[in-house]
Design a protein around this ligand. Structure first.
Ligand code: B12
Ligand code: SF4
Length: 495
């Protein structure tokens, strides 16, 4: 069968396509796991900004798919549904499959929309079995993890058990299926690699637990190194390790670093998401090793620097430093010091706008980011489907915006007890622009040509909506903010 797999073009404030165009790891993993006689084309639509409609029309013509699969996050739902209509209009008989966090956690949103099949949870084996059943005209009732229509009614087959990853059931991704080019992270070709799946914590804002439960499974290091090698052979210069929480097993992470060095793959730049408590407690030995392995940016899920907010986010445990099993207070500063001492940059993940936040508590977090983090990744609590936090906000009546296309993490859609959603977003937006600018010299030292060429575009993105008068304080900065919001509203019409 001919299969076309698409990821959505929607991006959010911290990932301007001029600087960041990352592949979607799910699609190549699906492509690597269907039976080998299928012809699969993978297209990440982040690569064709401004030409989304034309590109989809061309891809449908060229690949003539019998099945089209969509990978969708919640803020991309509206675009996905529009694109499904477009694909159907081009090829009425095509079968449409959706998967990823949004369809899995809110399948009802896709029923009655032109979608034929919804894949819940991990997709490799479910999708493989679905293609087999469609090809052979078999029934679908035995395919775990599938939601489908039967005699006009939607049926949810039982959930599929999470894969244990160490048994070879999931084969390596097929990057050769990609039909678009141009992936980049600040000018270097980037690829994504998974080494593990899952997390044993239960932060209230995170979708992972609802998706797959609290667990942690790992691929063999041999497979991981082969996967990195494959990405490298295809031109990658940077690797984003997309694991939910690779630092759950620090010994294994250290072995991976050693493996990368031994295989000579430390000439690549690595980006990883890490837990502050693990870096703080093991950083003495772990951080220098990470540096030798090529790690350059470390995303730290700091979430918040105030205890009350951390409790609300259920993120206290992962931010607590421990020594000999004893709590030694907040781990964040210590983790950051280890990373900085070893010449790595900290992408600081913070969440402001929690239920009890007022302007002082938000300013305290912004001041922390200004002082300690190299690249701020500050977001607002966002009520994604199925998370405990969503339920909490709903009960308090704090959700002020139900337009899911704005659930991108940097649009505040929830108010606090003291501030409106708009005010929360304004405080963050105003401070964060300047923190980002401070990282330009470091980025310039690493990639001078890229920065020289694209700095104007990157700055224009960061300061969208701003006038000189506003920046100099001669005009109320809120006018700049309103213009920014308007630009953001317009650019969400990807199709
Ligand atoms: C790495 C990552 C990123 C990276 C890279 C994204 C990319 N291009 O792949 C970066 C840092 C850029 C990123 C950014 C964002 N992310 Co992100 N990200 C992740 C993370 C940690 C891993 C994704 C991944 O690659 N997993 C590995 C692949 C193999 O697994 P998978 O994506 O789950 O896919 C499997 C199934 O879902 C399913 N499947 C998926 N698609 C499809 C399609 C079909 C047809 C089928 C059949 C099956 C299927 O099968 C796949 C294989 O088993 C996830 C959390 C997680 N555990 O997945 C969050 C996550 C997906 N991100 C999330 C969000 C919200 C964002 C942001 C909007 C804001 C933010 N919080 O950072 C931005 C927006 C990005 C943008 N486009 O601008 C949310 C989505 C929640 C939701 N309900 O939509 C998640 C779940 C994290 C969370 N907060 O809980 N992200
Ligand atoms: S530690 Fe990270 S991956 Fe684990 S539940 Fe919390 S936010 Fe999600």
């Amino acid at each position: 069968m001919n299969v076309l797999l698409l990821s959505m073009p929607d991006y959010f404030e911290h990932m301007p396509p001029v600087a960041v165009r990352m592949p979607n790891g799910a699609l190549t993993s699906l492509a690597g796991n269907v039976d080998s006689h299928h012809r699969v084309a993978v297209a990440d639509l982040i690569l064709c900004h401004g030409r989304v409609r034309e590109t989809v029309i061309r891809l449908v013509r060229e690949s003539s798919p019998e099945v089209v699969g969509f990978s969708v996050m919640t803020f991309q739902r509206r675009t996905a549904l529009r694109m499904i209509d477009l694909v159907r209009s081009l090829k009425p008989g095509v079968k449409i499959v959706v998967g990823g966090y949004d369809p899995a956690l809110e399948p009802e949103a896709y029923q009655g929309t032109g979608v034929d099949y919804i894949v819940r949870g991990e997709g490799e084996v479910t999708f493989r079995e679905l293609l087999r059943a469609l090809e052979l005209g078999r029934g679908l009732e035995g395919i775990a993890g599938l939601t489908y229509q039967d005699a006009g009614r939607w049926r949810n087959n039982p959930a599929r058990a999470v894969h244990h990853l160490d048994d070879g059931e999931i084969r390596r991704p097929n990057r050769g299926a990609r039909v678009l080019a141009g992936y980049t992270l600040l000018g270097r070709q980037v690829d994504v690699v998974e080494t593990s799946r899952g997390c044993t914590y239960d932060c209230s804002f995170c979708s992972i637990i609802q998706m797959r439960g609290r667990n942690f499974y790992t691929y063999s290091l041999e497979r991981v190194l082969e996967d990195i090698r494959d990405a490298y052979d295809r031109g990658a210069q940077s690797i984003f390790l997309v694991d939910d929480n690779i630092t759950l097993n620090v010994r294994r992470f250290e072995q991976l670093c050693h493996g990368i060095i031994a295989a000579g793959l430390n000439k690549l730049d690595y980006f990883v998401q890490a837990m502050t408590s693990a870096i703080a407690s093991q950083g003495e030995t772990l951080a220098p090793l990470m540096r030798r392995a090529g790690f350059r940016y470390v995303f730290l899920g700091i979430e918040n620097i105030l205890e009350g907010d951390l409790e609300f986010l259920r993120a206290s445990a992962k931010n607590t430093a421990r020594e000999n099993g004893r709590s030694q207070g907040n781990a964040t500063v210590r983790a950051i010091e280890y990373l900085h001492r070893n010449k790595m940059y900290v992408v600081g993940g913070l969440i402001v706008g929690n239920p009890d936040d007022n302007s002082q508590s938000i300013h305290a977090n912004l001041a922390f980011a200004e002082r300690y983090v190299d690249w701020p990744y500050i977001q607002h609590p966002t009520p994604y489907p199925g998370t405990p936090m969503t339920e909490d906000f709903r009960q308090r009546g704090f959700i002020t915006n139900e337009r899911v296309e704005e659930y991108d993490g940097t649009t505040a859609v929830v108010r606090s007890a003291h501030l409106s959603a708009e005010e929360i977003e304004y405080l963050r937006w105003k401070a964060e622009r300047w923190i980002k600018v401070r990282h330009m010299p470091a980025a310039f030292r690493h990639d001078p040509w890229f920065i020289l060429r694209y700095a104007p575009e990157m700055l224009a993105h960061t300061f969208r909506g701003c006038t000189l008068r506003g920046l100099l304080g001669l005009e109320d900065g809120r006018k700049d903010f309103e213009r920014y919001k308007e630009i953001r509203r317009e650019e969400r019409a990807y199709l």
